[in-house]
Design a protein around this ligand. Sequence first.
Ligand code: ADP
Ligand code: MG
Length: 693
Amino acid sequence: QVAEEEIGSDEWKLNQKQKNVSFGKRTSMSMKEQRESLPVFKMRDELLRAIHENQFIVIVGETGSGKTTQLTQYLNEDGFARDGIIACTQPRRVAATSVAKRVSEEMGVKLGEEVGYTVRFDDKTSPRTQIKYMTDGMLQREAIKDPDMSQYSVVMLDEAHERTIATDILFALLKKAASRRPDLKIIATSATLNAKKFSTYFNDCPVVNIPGRTFQVEKLFSSQPVMDYLLASLDAIMKIHLEEPKGDILVFLTGQEEIETSIQVLEEKIKNFGDTIPELIILPVYSALPSEMQSRIFEPTPKGSRKVILATNIAETSLTIDGIYYVIDPGFAKINAYDAKLGMDSLVVRPISQAQANQRAGRAGRTGPGKCFRLYTELAFKNEMLPNTIPEIQRQNLSNTILMLKAIGINDLLNFEFMDPPSKESIMLSLNDLYFLGAVDQDSRITKIGRNLVNIPADPTISKTLIESIHYRCSDEMITVFAMVSTPNIFHRPKKEQELADKKKARFTHPHGDHLTYLNIYNAWVNNGYSKTWCEDNFIQERSLKRARDIRNQLLQIFKRVKYPILSCGADTNAVRKALCSGFFKNIAKRDREGSYKTLAEGTVVYIHPSSSIRSSPQYVLYNSILNTTKEYLVHVTIIEPHWLVEVSPDFFEINGKQTEAKKQSEKINPLFNRFNRDQNHWRLSKPFHSTK
Ligand code: ADP
Ligand code: MG
């Protein structure tokens, strides 16, 4: 009924011309009215009753029905916070922070007091916190120290349909905790209807549906396959803006770069029209976007103009934006998946599933009947898209997860209660990685090194590098390096001043590569008194450096807490490069032909990313990650000496022949991993971690 008040669906169809019907009306509602207008409000008492009567419960409701922002408040109003914190997990960091902010506003309290959030390297909670939004990864980490989750009275696993690894693992950990703690309540929420699986998992617990307030969305398929979905998206935006009645547009793109480029092109296009067309407000949304920019998408669109939001799949379910009448869906998303060719996870653009496509379309039907422009054919939808997205646990490297489980004391992975178990092969691969890092022994038991790695909230490779940097007396530098590497968007490269920006950047370039270049930049900022003008003069994003400083401070605190010394190597930056090898020894590439490299472990042809500060063509390089675009690009690259590898990981590398001069060695360095791939029996670890399939 509420929806009818806001915008009558008939009115929509009939009065195509006077489309200003109650746009922005919601904002004139009081906070209380707004809360009470959400579909979940009508279910408040029923939901609370169900939660009192059951230990587990699954709640299903359309995106925007009020699950994330309201349920925690209902629980709080009902007194649950007296017995412990009410936790709500989110797969995405942005969702955790933005929702916490919203809820603190609704409750009229200061963010970080009664309502707070905890995400990696950023904790806004206090001893008074009653409602805590957090990433699922953070709660998973907390389980290491407190498997009973004793701080919490309720844990709401939000967005469970996303099936992130951390949420999947939490399902199992919480089920165990609940058997020891009858007072603990577990709620799983899902935006999609396949909740049966969750209910079955939680001992056939009840499923409560929040009746949706959704309008019909007309789905329009492309009649022919689309060659360039970016171009097609831009065309579709312009077509809607020029031909369709009022209503905002949501476009699903795959990443920040794509979004930024599209915005530039779109702005040019709009400029050419001058004043002849209504205003089009263009806004980006992606996870790395600073939160003050993100909140702009929630501001109501001014009368007479239209908003177009270019978003990653973060807008699929995690964020609810009102006023969207048009969705443009190119049918792709960037996902993290294990790539056997590269021997590591990498970000790849893949077709979405049918479930995702329908979820995306649904975004257009929240405020009134909408339209979804699918930039793929109906045939492609039916034949090329999987019905459901593959859970992360079945497509990503599990080293981090397995190490964490082992730290909790869960060794028997084959009998662990996974909702969907990972393959034996993938468990074995991860165990191998952990073995070479020294984190598990030959019987796959966690070692002392492994326990140390868990202290640092990062991938085991990074944790290992940070800890090893103590031996190389450069932990101070390494902490800076990783604070910088973990921070996106350090550089600012405006289109009109690219040359100047590059010139400025070149002054910080370290001949040995990107990690040391980052170190130079951070130190220069420190030496200039954290100056904002210095950042502007040098085309560096101050905001990013501040974030790097936050991460650095957090890492320093962790080091202090576990009594790891902070040591500086001063000008001897070779120490940093050697220490990098101790964690990233698997990520080495050797020069192949002109300009190209081959990874040592898998022999895949790769290229140094053009943004790298390396201008020479060194023989051996170490890389942090691989970016899959037109080619396979190495990102964050540092030049190394091959004989260091044997020094840091004699298990992984062997040298054929005598260890004489470095040159000779470099020719003959041979990763054992290869040998393992060719002949499993030859490899001494093949037994414990060998798949039986
Ligand atoms: P769900 O979790 O069911 O998808 P939410 O609780 O996230 O729903 O959102 C409920 C409503 O709260 C949305 O429809 C939107 O109107 C409002 N809302 C949520 N987050 C914000 C925000 N950051 N700013 C303004 N409004 C918001
Ligand atoms: Mg939600």
